[in-house]
Design a protein around this ligand. Structure first.
Ligand SMILES: Cc1cc2nc3c(=O)[nH]c(=O)nc-3n(C[C@H](O)[C@H](O)[C@H](O)COP(=O)(O)O)c2cc1C
Length: 201
C-alpha cells in the first residue's frame, strides 16, 4: 500500500493556493487508489517549533541522559522523521514567502535532516539515507520566478531534500497569482491540469 506524507505550509492553511492544489493532487491519487494511506500535516495549524539551541541539545543528548523535557522534544523530532521514513511519496504545498520556503516548512526540514539518521557524512561527502521515495512539490507565487535568479526557493528544497537522498522530485508551479484575477485563474487551472497529468502518469 502506498503511504503518502502530505505537508502544507501556507499561512492560510487549507485556504492557501498551494494547499488547495496539493490537496487536489492527493484527492486525485485517492480516487485512483482508495487504499493509499495519507498522513496530512498542516504546519500553520499545527506548527513545529523552530530549531533553537534547547531543541538541538535535546536531540543531541544520548537517550539515557535526557531530562523529561528533552525526551518530549526528541520524541517529537523522532516522530517527524518516522513519518518521512515510512512514506513512499512526499507531497509538499509550498508558497513562496520572501523568495524562500515558509519558516514553518524550514522548521520541519531542520527537524528531519539529522546526521546519522536521515543522512550520514562520509569521506566523499554526505550521503542520503532515505531512498526510493518520490516527492511532489506544489509551489505558489504572487509573481513569476521560475527559471529566474529570484527562484532561490526550489534550489533550496532540492538541495536539502537531496541531502537526505530524496532526488526524485517533481515541481508544479502556480505563478503570477497576485497579478490579477484572470492571471490567477489561468495559473491555478494550468497547475491543476499539470497535477492531474502527474497523478495519471
Ligand atoms: C509573507 C509573504 C511573503 C511573500 N513573498 C513573496 C515573494 O517573495 N515572491 C512572490 O512572488 N510572492 C510572494 N508572496 C505572495 C505569495 O507567494 C502568494 O500570495 C501565494 O499565492 C501564497 O501561496 P498560498 O496561497 O499557498 O499561501 C508573499 C506572500 C506573503 C504572505
Amino acid at each position: 500500500m502506498t503511504k503518502v506524507l502530505h505537508i502544507d505550509s501556507s499561512l492560510f492553511s487549507g485556504e492557501g493556493v498551494s494547499s488547495l492544489l496539493a490537496g487536489r493532487y492527493v484527492a486525485r491519487l485517492r480516487e485512483q487508489d482508495p487504499t493509499i494511506e495519507v498522513l496530512h500535516r498542516d504546519l500553520a495549524a499545527d506548527p513545529i517549533p523552530h530549531l533553537d539551541l534547547k531543541r538541538l541539545q535535546a536531540i543531541g543528548t544520548p537517550e539515557a541522559e535526557r531530562t523529561p523535557e528533552q525526551r518530549a522534544i526528541a520524541a517529537e523530532a523522532d516522530q517527524l522523521i518516522a513519518e518521512l521514513q515510512e512514506a513512499d511519496l512526499l507531497v509538499l504545498g509550498v508558497p513562496m514567502y520572501n523568495f524562500a520556503v515558509p519558516s514553518q516548512l524550514k522548521a520541519w526540514i531542520d527537524h528531519v535532516a539529522r546526521a546519522g539518521v536521515t543522512f550520514r557524512y562520509t569521506a566523499d561527502g554526505p550521503v542520503g539515507l532515505l531512498e526510493g521515495k518520490r516527492v511532489v512539490i506544489v509551489t505558489s507565487r504572487g509573481g513569476f520566478h521560475r527559471g529566474q535568479e529570484t527562484d532561490t526557493q526550489i534550489d533550496h528544497i532540492r538541495t536539502t531534500l537531496g541531502l537526505l537522498g530524496l532526488t526524485e522530485i517533481e515541481v508544479i508551479y502556480a505563478e503570477g497569482l497576485n497579478l490579477g484575477e484572470e492571471q490567477r485563474a489561468a495559473s491555478i487551472r494550468k497547475a491543476t491540469e499539470a497535477l492531474q497529468r502527474l497523478a495519471a502518469a
